[in-house]
Write a protein that binds this ligand. Structure first.
Ligand code: GLA
Length: 695
């Protein structure tokens, strides 16, 4: 007997089939099937052969492959009883609750007193499939060493796995590995989302690029450290598993659920996946206190003053930031306890009376007087051993007493209600006494070991703060982009993508992060002229335009700006302000640049009526002149007007007359997508910004 279920939208179909009450397999996932494709026939048509040296029947590559079924790969579940012995269930169909776009499929093992339930929801507008799995141990608690979110097949018509690694100041580095026999195994054991292993993967089919071909995308929405298995079985089948990192669950439990896995199929290249993730995150996950409010231009004082806070300087900086166009002033680390450097005072969340004898009110009043709102930095989950709180509560720290410190700090045990109560009390006192509309919520070290309760504890505290102060927005920061995932973004509103304010590094990081993140949540600041984290010296034009690609802000000391730099920055900021209303809901399309020296993207409005292209020149080109840049996502039949927004920036060494240097030009979408745009010659570390509108 075969049971089948189908989830589909106008782009994709996903067909599940369960034979003889066993756990179902995804028997088809790809371009939307025809109405005449009967799911049961699909299930029969994909049945594989058997040959010499094999079992007599191929074990199912189900949504949770079972270890005791001679499955020739990684099982989807690994359980132990409290006495440490393995528990190897065999699940049988229990019930199905299926509506047009949602499935809840329950299976049980009566002997082992276990239930397994898989949930799959397809959002027909964003094209994202959200799925998660749950284990319920009905009699005794069990250790869940591994539970994969529902297992998806990976495409056979492709050879590449694209995933991401990174480091401090170097997030979202793309790895291209070839499928081959065995596993690509990524495990993040840092206990936070981490720089090192972003929990996402893209699987392009043969010939897929940013703009064309088929591709599949996955993201595991969890902030506590994950594991990914991309495995090719000996028989050639391929599976994708995502779940919590090994050891995340420290104690046996009767109920365990994975985080949501977000998946999508695209027939429009990697951009089809990217846009699905961007839209789903922006339109379904992030909850803005005031959704209609324009994203304000930020000023963050970290790289201007570090720990040296004093009121006259900060007021002066605020005056200058406001004059540049900032709309929110964020007071970073250094305002509390005796925090004069990063060796002490974390967790002593009282305003430093030496630096702020009258509290924060005078600074906040000043900032408000300049028409900016006020934001503040916290790193709630951390504690310095050199702090009053640690001296009183050494047992509040997670892990061994003699553990290795990270940035001189330990992690607070967020599973403890008393720790969360203390933190809530301190944070809410600061928020209640001061008019603050923004928190930069930091997390600057890895955990001593993975611990899911830690992530749940952090989520609970953030949720409590949000409930008590619903107007406050939050930014997720972890030494830059160490905690970026859809789990944290369900309770925050912006990510600090990287501590690198080097515009060149940022250009690259932003380009790859756009595979998952929309413009509106991605913070990007104009850094100092001499970059503090790379030592590079970068012109204001490039710094400003790279920041203008995302949620724009400033982080340099404005007292260092020359008149020229000020003028350029004000111009770009004004450009950003006059475009942000449509850019915040635009799709970011990564362009297939014919020149590897040029990293280019196009942000296109939801109604397709306007777009902007950012063509960032990351280095000098091998050939003399720019290659044409093909655009994407346009209506081939429509006509568009294209102009160079920063025409004045073009260097005098560009001596010829490409149209864009002197004028706008009109062309069909077909021309712009087939021939592309002829750009002027530019120096490295410059940006060409093209405004486009449909005529
Ligand atoms: C981390 C953040 C920085 C800054 C410092 C403050 O490194 O990523 O942006 O807030 O902490 O200590």
């Amino acid at each position: 007997m075969i049971r089948t279920w189908v989830l589909q939208d106008d782009r994709q179909s996903l067909v599940l089939a369960s034979c003889q009450d066993r756990l179902p397999e995804i028997v088809y996932w790809g371009a939307r099937l025809s109405e005449s494709d009967d799911p049961e026939s699909v299930a029969r048509a994909v049945k594989l052969d058997v040959t010499g040296g094999m079992l007599d029947v191929n074990p199912d590559m189900s949504i949770c492959p079972e270890a005791r079924q001679s499955f020739p790969g990684q099982p989807g579940l690994s359980l132990r009883l409290e006495n440490g012995l393995p528990l190897l269930p065999r699940f049988r169909f229990l019930s199905a609750d299926a509506t047009t776009h949602r499935l809840e499929l329950a299976f049980s093992d009566e002997r082992a007193q276990l239930n397994y339930t898989a949930y799959l929801e397809l959002d027909p507008e964003t094209h994202i499939i959200t799925s998660w799995a749950e284990i319920e141990a009905k009699q005794t608690a069990v250790f869940v060493d591994w539970l994969s979110a529902p297992v998806f097949p990976a495409p056979q018509f492709g050879n590449e796995i694209l995933d991401f690694s990174g480091r401090w100041c170097g997030e979202f580095q793309m790895n291209r590995t070839q499928w081959s026999a065995g596993m690509r195994f990524r495990e993040n054991r840092t206990g936070r989302t981490g720089h090192e292993h972003f929990p996402g993967v893209l699987l392009p089919c043969h010939g897929a690029t940013n703009t064309q071909g088929e591709a599949y995308g996955f993201h595991y929405g969890w902030s506590g450290g994950h594991r990914m298995v991309a495995e090719e079985l000996p028989d050639g089948r391929r599976q994708i598993q995502f779940g919590h990192a090994l050891g995340s669950q420290a104690s046996p439990k009767q109920h365990f659920a994975t985080a949501p896995l977000y998946s999508t199929y695209s027939g429009q290249g990697l951009n089809g996946c990217a846009v699905a993730f961007q839209r789903h995150l922006r339109d379904r996950i992030v909850q803005y206190p005031k959704p209609d409010r324009m994203r304000p231009v930020h000023y963050n004082c970290w790289e201007a003053v570090y720990f040296n806070h004093n009121l006259p300087d900060l007021k002066d900086i605020a005056n200058r930031a406001a004059a540049l166009g900032a709309e929110r002033f964020v007071l970073d680390d250094g305002w509390f306890g005796t925090r004069d450097n990063d060796t002490r005072a974390l967790s002593d969340w009282v305003i430093d009376a030496r630096k702020y004898p009258d509290g924060l009110a005078p600074l906040i009043r000043h900032v408000h007087g300049l028409g900016m709102t006020f934001g503040i930095w916290f790193e709630p989950e951390m504690i310095n051993p050199d702090s009053d709180v640690y001296r009183n509560h050494p047992d509040w720290a997670l892990g061994d007493v003699d553990q290795v410190l990270g940035r001189h700090q330990k992690v607070l045990n967020m599973a403890r209600a008393d720790v969360r109560a203390y933190l809530f009390d301190r944070i809410s006192a600061i928020l209640a006494e001061n008019d603050i509309d923004y928190i930069k919520w930091d997390h600057n070290r890895v955990l001593p070991m993975p611990d899911a309760d830690q992530a749940h504890g952090a989520y609970a505290l953030i949720d409590q703060v949000r409930t008590a102060f619903p107007k406050v927005e939050l930014e997720s920061c972890a030494s830059g982009g160490g905690r970026i995932d859809f789990g944290i973004l369900a309770r925050t509103h912006r990510v600090w993508l990287s501590d690198s304010n080097d515009a060149l590094e940022r250009l690259k990081i932003q380009h790859n992060a756009a595979l998952f993140l929309p413009m509106v949540v991605t913070g990007s600041h104009v850094g100092p002229r001499h970059c503090h984290t790379s030592g590079r010296t970068i012109d204001m034009g490039f710094r400003a335009w790279v920041a203008a690609q995302r949620h724009m802000g400033f982080e340099m000391d404005p007292r260092e700006l020359t008149e020229d730099e000020t003028r350029i920055l004000c111009n770009v900021t004004n450009w950003w302000k006059s475009n942000r209303s449509w850019m915040t809901t635009a799709d970011i399309l990564r362009l297939d640049s014919a020149d590897p020296a040029v990293l280019a993207e196009q942000q296109i409005a939801r109604d397709g009526a306007r777009f902007v292209v950012f063509a960032g020149k990351a280095e000098t080109s091998r050939q003399i002149l720019p290659r044409p840049l093909r655009l994407a996502g346009l209506d081939p039949k429509a006509h568009y007007r294209v102009s160079l927004a920063n025409r004045a920036d073009v260097e005098t060494l560009s001596r010829g007359q490409p149209l864009l240097k002197s004028d706008s030009f009109d062309a069909s979408g077909q021309f712009l997508m087939s021939q592309g745009v002829t750009l002027p010659w530019r120096f490295p570390l410059t940006m060409c910004v093209l405004d486009g509108s449909r005529l």
